[in-house]
Structures are given as C-alpha cells and as structure tokens.
Design a protein around this ligand. Structure first.
Ligand code: S3P
Length: 175
C-alpha cells in the first residue's frame, strides 16, 4: 500500500556527476509537468549570500558540506507539492545525506562521460572549485570513483527529461 503523503512519491532528488545536466533536466521536467524545482547549490548560495566557489575558498569544503546537508533538510521539511531537487555532485557521498535520501525518490542522471568532460572543458570548470586544477585523467578518476555511489544510492537511472517525467507521472499517479 502506497502512502499518499509519502515524500518518496512527491520529492525527486536528481544526483549525478558535475555537468551531467541535473539542473537543466530538472528545470525542463518541472516546467513540463508544472511542479516545483530547486537547485541545491542555488539554495546554499542564497543561504550564505555568496557563490559556491567563494564558500569553498573562504570557509572550506567541510563547511560547504554541512550547509549542503542543512539546506537539503530544510527543503525536505518545507516542500509541500511535487518537487524536483537537483543536488550537487558530491551530495550522495556523505552517509548523513544517504539517510535523508531514503525519504525521497533518487534519480541518477546518467550522462555520458565524454559529454560531461566536454561541458566541463567548455567553461564548466570555472564555477566548480573541486575541478579547478584537475586535468582530464584526474576528472575521469573522480568520475569513476563516484559512479558506484550514484548507482547504488539511486532508485532510478535516467538519461533524459522525458524518462524523468515518465517516472514522476507514474509515482504521482500511484499516490
Ligand atoms: C560538487 C558539485 C557542485 C557543487 C560543488 C561540489 C561536487 O555541483 O555542489 O562545487 O562535489 O561534485 P554540480 O554537480 O551542480 O556542479
């Protein structure tokens, strides 16, 4: 029996590597089905009144990770409608976040690594402090290291917004 009020049927968390298209796909799908959309990095930037790069530079990664968890918890508490949330690429790695992820439907946006790399090399690196000094081989290594976490923490794996929309429709209808 599916619980009508379950956040699993209502909140869809998009995970995946940097530049895999989580925000782009999430926004498009939300426009299409007329539901709410939040970008977790943007929420953090509003909360801290500065950019993700500045937070990393001035306060460090650990501080960023704490705020990331807090902002996600706040979203979970406050989202009342069907909602898509795009997480940052490092979000699913933290155990505390994995617990929170059990409460929502987690969708891994599985983009081809070559496409990710070309986006990153085409200006995408500038806004991502973790990749600032990394070459292609180092980025690939990080991608491969994270891939198993993305796969193992996901309830669904998709490549396009249409696939995401199909999943959301199915779960929302089932509720
Ligand atoms: C990060 C991904 C970024 C942002 C931060 C750290 C990561 O978000 O949260 O720079 O650890 O992969 P995007 O995945 O939206 O680039």
């Amino acid at each position: 029996m599916i619980n009508v009020n379950s956040t699993k049927n209502r909140i869809f968390l998009l995970i995946g590597f940097m530049a895999s298209g989580k925000s782009f796909i999430g926004r498009k799908a939300a426009d299409e089905i007329n539901c709410d959309f939040f970008d977790l990095d943007e929420q953090i930037e509003v909360h801290e009144s500065c950019s993700v790069s500045e937070i990393f530079k001035e306060k460090g990664e650990k501080y960023f990770r704490n705020i990331e968890t807090d902002c996600f918890s706040d979203l979970l508490t406050n989202c009342k409608n069907t909602t898509i949330i795009a997480a940052g690429g490092g979000f699913p790695l933290k155990k505390e976040n994995q617990k929170l992820m059990n409460e929502v439907s987690v969708v891994f946006i599985n983009a081809d690594f070559e496409i990710i790399l070309s986006r990153l090399n085409n200006s995408g690196k500038a806004s991502r402090p973790l990749l600032k000094n990394k070459n292609d081989a180092e980025i690939k290594k990080l991608y491969e290291k994270r891939l198993s976490v993305y796969k193992s923490t996901a309830d669904y794996i998709v490549e396009t917004e249409n696939e995401l929309i199909t999943i959301i429709h199915k779960l929302v209808k089932a509720a």
